[in-house]
Design a protein around this ligand. Structure first.
Ligand code: DAH
Length: 369
């Protein structure tokens, strides 16, 4: 550019040449400091503007500022070019060795509660049961009233049940954390046409805490609604389930008369145990010297009031139901002795009692394989 004073034109040529030959980001940075840094050549020129007359400044200002902008731009585009070259070089030199063995990384495990739920789903699927679910935040009609649990029943007491504040429920409903999985019976009967065969595994809540009770725990509910269902069907189903679950044929059940508001008649179910190496194991002769009975679940024929509450005709439809603690099933089958450890999230406990994600329970391979 002919109108530039010789020193500016020369400076620009020199700096552009230096930018051009810079082969690395570091070298380029050195050129930038040399030109635009605090003591840089262009910076020094910019400082001379302050000592000029207004006319000189008007003439020189745009040229010097233009030089600064040109140099800054040249440096920036060279930077982009160098970075692209460096990336190219890296991509060309690095390669992935697919034959290397995988690195050992910590692997998660399946919690015994999840494992037992899968085992239950598998066993009952084989008997024609589907898995049903319902909300954990329930209203008191589904959790209590429809299940024939009267206002005065102790299960409804404040100290047993986690209630929500009054304003939480729409249409004046009282909301709570479900105290059992039985409300899923109600929801299923109201939403599906019989015949019905479901199990409903899930979380339940009660205001309870010691070595065998935690405020959150797990239950599985079973429900069959059909024509001509009897307690014989109930007993056979439970026996088949318990034998498949504990993987033993020498298991005997005992049905003891009991009371639940939602079943009539009701039965508490005990399983026979025997002693092996000083430990109680499910199965064997309960009448042997060291044997005995252990309660494992509640059951009965669905109360006609419950069937009616769901809009079905109890003269046409009958059925049985049962409810069982999943955590307790896991403890009995896999030998844990403190329920609280289930929910502590202690990695050592999970490593010890957890299951491999590949150990999917199947009836053919054994549900507890
Ligand atoms: N809902 C009962 C509880 O939480 C368990 C139960 C007992 C469920 C008997 C049933 C049943 O369906 O028939 O203690």
């Amino acid at each position: 550019m002919t109108e530039d004073p010789p020193d500016l034109g020369q400076l620009k040529t020199d700096l552009c040449a230096a930018i051009d030959v810079a082969a690395s980001i570091d070298a380029l940075e050195a050129v930038r400091v040399h030109a635009l840094g605090k003591q840089g050549e262009v910076t020094r020129l910019l400082k001379t503007l302050g000592g000029m007359t207004p006319e000189e400044r008007k003439a020189e200002g745009p040229k010097i500022n233009g030089l600064r902008a040109d140099i800054a731009e040249a440096i920036e585009s060279k930077k982009v070019a160098i970075e692209a070259d460096e990336l190219e070089a890296r991509l060309a030199s690095e390669s992935l060795d697919m034959s290397l063995p995988p690195r050992e990384t910590p692997r998660g495990s399946v919690h015994p509660v999840s494992q037992v739920m899968d085992e239950l789903a598998e066993i009952f699927a084989d008997l024609g049961f589907a898995v049903a679910t319902g909300p954990e935040i329930e209203d008191d009609w589904h959790n209590f009233t429809a299940l024939n649990i009267p206002e005065s029943h102790p299960a409804r007491a404040e100290h047993d049940t986690f209630y929500f504040p009054e304003e939480a429920g729409e249409d004046g409903k009282t909301m709570l954390l479900r105290t059992h999985t039985s409300p899923v019976q109600i929801r299923t009967m109201m939403n599906e046409e019989p015949p019905i065969r479901i199990i409903a595994p899930g979380r339940t809540y009660r205001s309870d805490s010691d070595a065998t009770h935690t405020p959150m725990f797990h239950q599985v509910e079973g429900l069959v609604i059909d024509r001509d269902i009897t307690m014989g069907h109930l007993k056979w189903t439970l026996e088949t389930f318990v034998k498949a679950f504990f993987e033993r044929d020498d298991i005997v059940l005992r049905l003891r008369p009991s009371y639940f508001p939602f079943t009539e008649p009701s039965a508490e179910v005990d399983v026979g145990y025997s002693l092996k190496d000083g430990k109680r194991i499910i199965g064997g002769d309960p009448n042997a010297e060291e044997g005995g009975w252990m309660e494992i679940l509640g059951s009965g024929m669905v109360n006609r009031r419950v069937i009616e509450a769901c809009g079905l005709d109890p003269d046409e439809w009958q059925g049985f139901a049962f409810g069982c603690g999943i955590d307790r099933l896991a403890m009995l089958k896999y030998g844990m002795d403190d329920l609280r450890a289930f929910f502590d999230g202690d990695q050592r406990w999970l490593d010890h009692y957890g299951f491999s994600a590949l150990d999917v329970p199947t009836l053919s391979a054994g549900v507890g394989a």
